[in-house]
Design a protein around this ligand. Structure first.
Ligand code: GLY
Length: 427
């Protein structure tokens, strides 16, 4: 199979790593890819949101399957454009991708299908929204309706914070039109869990559980980020509880969407919170693999992923189950100082080669480029993820921290407590 992988982050590097192991792969292209992915694929100078150029390339090269990593092209309708030309592509179409592309759409669907979620209201008028937050019980969560590069969710402990967040979002200052409508919901408390499931719109194959760490600093302090580390499996839920959550969060959404004539085909990601009082609730849906969840789930997958993604792109998932390695996996994200705010780039990264040659250690590149002398340099906020497999979470954790300490660049930082709660508290 000739495969085109779209995206340029650590998630796409993990996908490239997994797909490149498939005996069915003949040639892998990535658009635009990154300096890590370029070791596995031919990288193209086409941006992930340039749908017309991606389409032209896929047609010219007779690409058998295109796999979309990030949400933006899905929400912009890349699947519809490819399918209109008879090309196979993995991911939900534009209507189905609204589950991530519009928080309002997603909450209304949850309400309609009886999926537990935090109580919410929707506002498109700023004065009404301000009046509401001044009187609301705090803390509250304000979510921009549209895509905001992972920055559209604000947890507000005071009315002043809430009014500021509303002003920035609804004026269009922070996220343009994506912030002009907001969802305001009650802040729920509990442990979070990521559930990823593959579906052809009917059949569902859940992937292994994982937990992300979204705050920038240790002990879940600091601003929200795209994710600073993850581990899999997540010991928070038993097998029975896991099946219950699939029945509660994934099945009704897939079935409801199909019934409405919006079949969801691709990877459905449900962000779950395990609350004390209300049990598991859905915080959000995403329409693609999680990042950094992909960096811990995919290294544990024993089965060949490529034919499964191809079957889904053809509309018929024939695979019944996936096989998993017993090992646990943990990923720690190395970020540029200042991330998720302002950060400097173009620092040399030292130590990558010696670490990536270790067995069962993967360095998934995100914000890296090759310098003129062939060295790796930083180019983004999340720079790379170090993933380690181990016979259990403790072993994976110790190896990941042992090896990440050998990688350096100016101003780098990473959380020192990835997986710690799983090791110390949930056991
Ligand atoms: N790890 C969170 C996300 O992928 O959205």
């Amino acid at each position: 199979m000739k495969v085109l992988l779209i995206g340029s982050g650590a998630r796409e590097h993990a996908l490239a790593q997994k797909i490149s192991q498939s005996p069915q792969l003949k040639k892998l292209y990535a658009a635009p890819g990154n300096s890590g992915i370029s070791q596995l694929a031919e990288c193209l100078e086409i941006k992930a949101d340039n749908i017309q150029e991606l389409l032209a390339f896929a047609k010219k090269e007779s690409i058998d399957l295109t796999i979309v990593g990030p949400e933006a092209p899905l929400v912009a309708g890349i699947v519809d454009a490819f399918e209109a030309e008879g090309l196979k592509i993995f991911g939900p179409n534009q209507k189905a991708a609204r589950l991530e592309g519009s928080k309002v759409f997603s909450k209304l669907k949850m309400e309609k299908y009886g999926i537990p979620t935090a109580p919410f209201d929707v506002f498109s008028h700023i004065d009404e929204a301000k009046r509401y937050v001044i009187e609301a019980d705090l803390p509250i969560v304000i979510k921009a309706d549209g895509l905001a590069q992972g920055k559209g969710v604000k947890i507000c402990d005071t009315s002043q914070e809430a009014v500021t967040a509303l002003t920035e979002m609804m004026s269009g200052e922070s996220f343009g039109d994506a912030g002009k409508t907001v969802v305001i919901e009650r802040k729920m408390e509990g442990e979070e869990l990521s559930i990823l499931a593959l579906t052809d719109g009917e059949k569902i194959i859940p992937l292994a559980t994982s937990q992300d760490h979204k705050r920038a600093y240790d002990n879940d302090r600091g601003p929200n980020t795209g994710g600073m580390g993850a581990y899999s499996p997540c010991p928070l839920v038993s097998d029975e509880k896991f099946r219950e959550i699939i029945d509660l969060a994934i099945k009704p959404m897939v079935q409801g969407m199909a019934k409405e004539g919006i079949p969801y085909r691709g990877l459905l990601y449900a962000g779950i919170m395990l609350t004390k009082d209300a049990g598991p609730i859905v915080l959000e849906y995403n329409c693609r693999f999680g990042d950094p969840e992909a960096e811990v789930v995919l290294p544990r997958l024993k089965s060949d992923l490529l034919p499964v993604l191809y079957q889904i792109a053809c509309g018929k998932l024939e695979t019944e189950t996936l096989e998993w390695h017993d090992q646990a996996c943990i990923a720690i994200v190395m970020a540029s100082g200042g991330y998720p705010g302002h950060y400097d780039t173009n620092f040399e990264i030292r130590g990558i080669e010696s670490v990536s040659s270790q067995e069962n250690i993967f360095i998934f590149h995100a914000g890296t480029v090759k310098g003129s002398g062939g060295e790796f340099r930083t180019s983004g906020g999340r720079v790379l993820a170090v993933s380690a497999l181990g016979e259990n979470l403790r072993a994976a954790h110790d190896r990941a921290y042992q090896f990440i300490s050998k990688i350096h660049f100016n101003d780098c930082f990473y959380r020192r407590d990835i997986g710690r709660r799983a090791l110390e508290v949930f056991r």
